[in-house]
Design a binder for this molecule. Structure first.
Ligand SMILES: [Zn+2]
Length: 555
């Protein structure tokens, strides 16, 4: 029967899962032909609800992050810019668009700031609930936007919800482990914590002529953060088995040596086989094995989204991983849902590997793994941190400090490799119909440019000067600045769980906005004939997403 699930065997105890979803998220559009489609979050949610996972977890709609909260990491000027820019006034901000890298990969679209607020609010609130022991696992598939920098958009990311979530965790946890399984390097998060031992970042990603050009094996952190950044560069086409053969031993050893008290797992699904921008060959189960493995350490766990550009597969994988978090394995047959036709012709949940060649030879993987494990062994036991060291200064004072090096890099040096460059030609079977209307974007940057860009962001090695981009020094080591969180522990933990979900409902609907971070009323669900009605979904949604209108194709 469709839509069934079975309990996962061998779980010692059930996890309390908080799942964040805001129905507004599916209504944002990066623009015709853009591969990032927020609708994928709603497709995933449709599967989650129609599989009945609401019975196994609490569902929340987070309060959107405020400008002030975003400036815990981002510069005031950049956040202000994001909150002001719209498609209708963008011509007045040409200089700023260049400065903040907004325009190509990261277009200006209607509701841009609201979109960022929803993404960041879910991750911050998830972190806050974990810290206060309100749940064991928090999930925000609208988060995981790992490329955003302090004062710069990058790779479809504007606000780095991950850094904001980790900063919230650091108010209560002395050591946080960040793991990134997106096909792209988790550069924004690595950079933010590159000089601190309080966050260890571990990224597995395609490396070599690929966005964002960073994440070399030899980039391991600097200063106090030396050995607290790990990078595992991969070649095209890695299989489930090979991925597992490096992921598990590395994470196992990181857990032993670093002993984090909380974990953030960025679950970018562009590492799946058949992704439009990806080049790896993971099946859904191979991808989900990372979630299963990380969960098995029984630490507070924040599961975030990230990349993922073949929508039907993104939603499959994240729904399956939501199930695993809640202790169940979703059945093969997809239940009827609002996006059912996307899952044809077999209407099955699985995302299968292809028979593409794995360019990661056993010798290569073994060699890289041994170097990475060697670096982990250089950690001399987990660093101990006195939590009283966390300063609690007003955010305005704090921002003065970390803004100082803002303009170190001349604007004309900001020439990031475009994420769209890495777009692969999916074979006919795997490509979505919405692959049309691209307008040649993928060729925008010349090969000459690519060569120079691929090195432009590399970090300096130990003892070198500052990294070229962003904040230069990690936000946690720049005095009191980074650790302060103006919102306070109650800032993100005040929502009431949605306890009235009807069995067949699929969508968290609107609630009246709250004027402060007080109690939000239990959210209402509208159900019509077993499928809920989302007021934000209009017919144009699907038209824009799947069949770019004619005027878009010529732009
Ligand atoms: Zn990615």
């Amino acid at each position: 029967m469709a839509g069934e699930w079975t309990a996962v065997e061998g779980e010692s105890h059930k996890k309390r899962v908080c799942y964040f979803f805001d129905s507004d998220i599916g209504g944002f559009h990066y623009g015709p032909g853009h591969p990032m489609k927020p609708t994928r979050i709603r497709m995933c949610h449709s599967l989650v609800m129609n599989y009945g996972l609401y019975k196994k977890m609490e569902i929340f709609r987070a309060k959107p992050a405020t400008k002030r909260e975003m400036t815990q990491f981002h510069s005031d000027e950049y956040v202000d810019f994001l909150s002001r820019i719209t498609p209708s006034n963008m011509n007045q901000y040409i200089k700023e668009q260049h400065k903040y890298n907004v325009g190509d990969d990261c277009p200006v679209f209607d509701g841009l700031f609201d979109y960022c607020s929803i993404s960041a609010g879910g991750s911050m609130e998830g972190a806050a609930r974990l810290s206060r022991d309100k749940c064991d696992i928090a999930i925000n598939w609208a988060g995981g936007l790992h490329h955003a920098k302090k004062s710069e958009a990058s790779g479809f990311c504007y606000v780095n919800d991950i850094v904001l979530g980790i900063l919230e965790l650091l108010r209560y946890h002395s050591r946080v482990l960040y793991i990134d399984i997106d096909v792209h390097h988790g550069d924004g998060v690595e950079e933010a914590f590159y000089t601190t031992d309080r966050v260890m970042t571990v990224s597995f990603h395609k490396y070599g002529e690929y966005f964002p050009g960073t994440g070399e094996l030899r980039d391991i952190g600097i200063g106090k953060g030396k050995y607290y950044s790990l990078n595992f560069p991969l070649r095209d086409g890695i299989s489930d088995e090979n991925y597992k053969s490096v992921f598990e031993p590395v994470i196992q050893q990181v857990m032993e040596y670093y002993d984090p008290s909380a974990i953030v797992l960025q679950c970018g699904t562009d590492s799946l086989s058949g992704d439009k921008l990806g080049c790896l060959n993971l099946s859904m189960k191979g991808h989900a094995n990372c979630v299963r493995f990380v969960k098995s350490f029984n630490k507070p766990l924040l599961l975030l989204g990230g990349g993922g550009y073949t929508m039907r597969n993104v939603s499959r994988a994240w729904a399956f991983e939501t199930g695993l978090a809640a202790g169940v394995e979703l059945g093969r047959e997809i239940p009827v849902n609002e996006y059912y036709e996307y899952f044809g012709p077999d209407y099955e949940l699985d995302v299968k590997s292809s028979n593409t060649e794995d360019m990661n030879t056993p010798e290569y993987l073994e060699r890289v793994k041994n170097i990475v494990l060697d670096n982990v062994r250089r950690l001399k036991g987990p660093p101990s941190v006195q939590m009283s060291d966390i300063p609690k200064l007003p955010i305005d004072d704090a921002m003065d400090d970390i803004n100082q090096d803002e303009d170190l890099v001349p604007p004309d040096e900001r020439r990031p490799r475009r994420l769209l460059d890495s777009r692969v030609q999916a074979d006919g079977e795997l490509s979505d119909s919405d692959d049309e209307g691209e307008g040649g974007r993928r060729d925008r940057v010349s090969y000459k440019d690519r060569g120079s860009e691929s090195r432009s962001r590399s970090s300096e090695t130990e003892g070198g000067t500052m990294r070229k981009f962003g904040i230069g020094v990690g936000i946690l080591s720049s005095g009191p600045a980074g650790s302060t969180h103006g919102a306070g522990p109650s800032g993100h933990t005040t929502l009431v769980p949605q306890t009235t979900a009807a069995p067949t409902s699929m969508d968290v609907d609107d609630t009246p906005p709250t004027t402060e971070r007080g109690v939000t009323p239990v959210e209402a669900i509208k159900v019509v004939d077993g499928v809920s009605v989302d007021e934000h979904k209009d017919k144009d949604d699907m038209a824009v997403d799947e069949n770019p209108p004619a005027d878009g194709e010529t732009s």
